[in-house]
Design a protein around this ligand. Structure first.
Ligand SMILES: [Zn+2]
Length: 83
């Protein structure tokens, strides 16, 4: 009788171990970025930044970064205050 209980226990342990081991394996592509499903994280690349020369707010993807500062266009990024 005790052998049957041990046998059932072993089966249960094997089933439990397989279940635990298969759980963390999320299909690749969907769980690579934690927090991506919460929404709003995808808008981080289109945040508005102000031009260091004229002060106009431009989406970060459309602006120009030069010397660690952000500008609305290449003309403002290259141009200097010599006018
Ligand atoms: Zn500008």
């Amino acid at each position: 009788m005790s052998k049957l209980l041990v046998f059932l226990l072993v089966l249960f342990v094997i089933y439990w171990v397989r279940r635990v081991l298969s759980k963390p394996k999320i299909p690749p592509g969907s769980g690579s970025r934690p927090g991506a499903q919460r929404g709003g994280e995808t808008q981080a690349s289109t945040r508005m930044l102000s031009c260091q020369r004229c002060g106009v707010h431009v989406p970060e993807s459309e602006g120009v970064r030069y010397g660690g500062e952000f500008f609305c266009c290449e003309a403002h990024a290259r141009g200097r205050d010599d006018s």
